[in-house]
Ligand binder design. Structure first.
Ligand code: LP5
Ligand code: MN
Length: 242
């Protein structure tokens, strides 16, 4: 049976050894049955440059490479935590980088893929921060720093962001429905798959009388991880277990 798998928000790091193990097992097992695996952002909890190669990064890259060479197409989108994953990471893993957003044809269903942060338009402080931090001058300056300094800066960003988030109402950290509908209309999509908000659910709604669906991916934890599987029969959710 032909199928496409979608995951996001694994937030892998050396501190999350159990989730790393789960992902490695997934790459060597369940994922090999799929035609394509799409990772829609925040695969890593933070990414300070392709030249940072501390464990468990080499093992993860190796397992991704094996999957991509075994016949499962591997597609990668940046998240807000790992938007510095670059050409070298993609070459080493055999993954193709996807723009955010990207429209794909899923068995005749036009489907938009996003990380999800761009849909949180009520969180203006984040959108301003996002624009600044991704400015090419800022990125070049950051990547020219020694790795130790980059790690310290990433930790500082995370701490500041954590403080800011604790003061924000939950509602502004979710997607804005008008932004969702505008993206779907602009791209002529019927389905949207995204992550980022860590609020897994399937939302059905109508635009101009036509049914649309927004599928939100789950964050991975060592005890609970989930994927979305799409076949010609439709969308389904599946737990990822060891
Ligand atoms: O990721 P999540 O879900 O916890 O929070 C996001 C938004 N926060 C971020 C920041 C990241 O979490 C931390 C940075 C990751 C490491 C990247 C490393 C590479 C850096 C490369 C530089 C070129 O994305 C959060 C949203 C939330 O999603 C929900 O959508 O609300 O946004 C914020 O909290 C941002 C604040 O509103 C504004 C932040 C001000 C920080 C100012 C920085 C100060 C300088 C630090 C000193 C170096
Ligand atoms: Mn995210």
């Amino acid at each position: 049976m032909t199928e496409q798998l979608f995951i996001s928000d694994l937030h892998l790091s050396a501190d999350r050894a159990d989730t790393v193990q789960l992902f490695l097992q997934f790459l060597n097992g369940r994922a090999t049955q799929a035609d394509h695996l799409y990772i829609l952002g925040d695969l890593f909890d933070s990414w300070v440059g392709d030249d940072f190669l501390a464990p468990p990064i080499p093992e993860i890259k190796q397992a991704m490479y094996q999957l991509s060479q075994s016949g499962t197409g591997l597609w990668l989108m940046h998240g807000n935590r790992d938007f510095l994953m670059g050409v070298s990471f993609c070459q080493d893993t055999g993954a193709e980088l996807l723009k955010d957003p990207t429209l794909i044809d899923l068995y005749g269903m036009p489907t938009l893929l996003m990380h999800g942060d761009l849909l949180c338009t009520d969180d203006q402080a984040y959108l301003d921060f996002r624009r600044e931090i991704r400015h090419p001058t800022h990125v070049d300056q950051f990547l020219s720093q020694p790795i130790k300094r980059r790690i310290a800066m990433a930790m500082a960003y995370r701490a500041k962001s954590g403080e800011a988030k604790s003061l924000k109402p939950e509602s502004i950290m979710d997607v804005n429905q008008q932004a969702v509908e505008a993206h779907l209309l602009e791209h002529g999509a019927e389905h949207l798959i995204h992550g980022h908000t860590h609020r897994p659910a399937d939302h059905t709604f109508h635009i101009a009388g036509k049914t649309h669906c927004r599928h939100v991916l789950a964050e991975w934890h060592r005890n609970h991880a989930e994927l979305i599987c799409v076949t010609p029969d439709g969308f389904s959710r599946e737990p990822v277990c060891c």
